[in-house]
Design a protein around this ligand. Structure first.
Ligand SMILES: Nc1ncnc2c1ncn2[C@@H]1O[C@H](COP(=O)(O)OP(=O)(O)OP(=O)(O)O)[C@@H](O)[C@H]1O
Length: 394
């Protein structure tokens, strides 16, 4: 059973600057206009969401993410196709949308709640909890929201949204406005909501948060779905397109088997990633990871580096090691020797041959997930990484 089902969905905007065309389009529907006068923000979109899924929607600016969420929240219509939503929906879209700027924080909570079907008694019972969660002090709660900072608006928006207790929650990048502490609080709340089976669609440019938090990812580009599926795979492909747009494989094109993600202009330059001895290490045991690369003379040796990253199952870099030593043309063997500081779990290894000084880093070759290590730590070891710490008790 799907809670959201989108089929062949199209949404266009009118390109023409002519006011006549705009009025005509809004009266009779933009599809009545010549297709050359239209710009498709969403083009033949198809996907389904099951109850309890947490779907990250990613893509570059202008790819159609907000348009999609606006259609799902009912704020915007669409040209054709179908958009079935089987459940109640609340959303945190653009900053301040849904608030009347002249109303106080308290009045806006009542407005938002009653418009969404909450009784006045229910809101009165919970208003202190909502303001408390939003961290809006009683004196500010009685001021018009036009006097609020963007952080206060996002806090009030988030608190009002979760209090609606809907089946589906749509969040569009808005959390990025809040400070880090409040974002952490929101993600904690999201985790609770996930556990009780809420369905969440989360639009973000922050790929790390999508990897940590979502169970699936959809990548939109120019109004089309480029990939839809496993978070690590979809986000890796998206990152690849951002860091190496249009790069063509070069050289021997020898791809390492089992890699989750593999790209770059010089595929085949990284010959091998190996972990001598075994793939299981105790905490604090020494690990050696060997990367064999072949550097062809069309690569500049200036600022050339080889790096490895130890990643968690979501693809987040936990520890990165990068060469400082000069490399030379031809075959190079780089041994990364380090003490295992990772607590119990399985970790994947990524390796890159890169231009260290470019920002963002550009990769001649990047391989993610071609090797894996397992760490074994004593029970009662907490956190992801065990870092040295001297503790003094007085
Ligand atoms: N009301 C509108 N009128 C005309 N064009 C619009 C309108 N709303 C969105 N668009 C266009 O539709 C495209 C998709 O916009 P949308 O805001 O959905 O992208 P986005 O992926 O959310 O971008 P961002 O990451 O920058 O928020 C953009 O090219 C945008 O300019």
């Amino acid at each position: 059973m799907n809670i959201i089902k989108i089929e062949n969905l199209n949404k266009s905007f009118i390109k023409s600057k002519s006011p006549f065309k705009k009025i005509f389009g809004s009266l009779f529907g933009s599809q009545k206009l010549n297709s050359a006068e239209l710009f498709y923000a969403l083009n033949d979109i198809n996907f389904c969401v099951k109850p309890g899924e947490c779907v990250g929607v990613i893509g570059k600016n202008g790819s159609g993410k907000s348009t999609l969420l606006k259609i799902l929240s009912g704020i915007s219509g669409y040209d054709n196709g179908s958009c079935e939503v089987k459940g109640s929906v609340s959303s945190l879209l653009e900053l301040g949308v849904g608030f009347n700027p002249e109303y106080t924080g308290i009045e806006n909570i009542y407005l938002n709640g009653t418009v969404n079907g909450l009784s006045k008694n229910f809101i009165t019972r919970d208003i202190d909890k909502i303001l408390n969660f939003a961290e809006i002090s009683p004196e500010f709660a009685r001021l018009p929201v036009r006097t609020y900072s963007s952080g206060m608006l996002v806090r009030l928006g988030f608190a009002s949204m979760i209090w609606l207790d809907t089946d589906i929650i749509l969040v569009d990048e808005a959390l990025a406005v809040g400070d880090y502490r409040f974002q952490t609080k929101c993600f904690k709340k999201f985790e609770e909501l996930k556990k009780i089976g809420k369905t969440i669609l989360y639009v973000s440019h922050d790929i790390d948060s999508v990897r940590r938090f979502c169970t699936r990812a959809i990548w939109l580009d120019n109004g089309k779905i480029i990939a839809n599926g496993d978070v690590a795979t979809v986000t890796s492909k998206y990152i690849e397109s951002c860091v190496n747009p249009g790069n063509k494989a070069h050289g021997q094109k020898q791809r390492l088997t089992g890699a989750l993600n593999h790209y770059g202009s010089h595929i085949g330059a990284i010959k091998n990633i190996s972990i001598p001895k075994n793939v299981e290490f105790y905490l604090h045991e020494n690990v050696r990871i060997t990367v064999d690369v072949y550097i062809s003379d069309d690569i500049s040796l200036d600022s050339l580096g080889v790096s490895i990253a130890l990643k968690d199952k979501f693809g987040l870099d936990l520890i990165v090691f990068q060469t400082d030593e000069p490399l030379h043309y031809g075959t190079n063997q780089i041994n990364f020797c380090f003490e295992n500081r990772l607590n119990s779990g399985k970790y994947t290894i990524a390796a890159g041959l890169e231009n260290k000084n470019s920002l963002p880093i550009t990769y001649y070759e990047y391989i993610e997930g071609a090797a894996e290590i397992k760490s074994i730590a004593p029970p009662q070891t907490f956190g992801l990484i065990s870092a040295p710490c001297k503790i003094y008790v007085r």
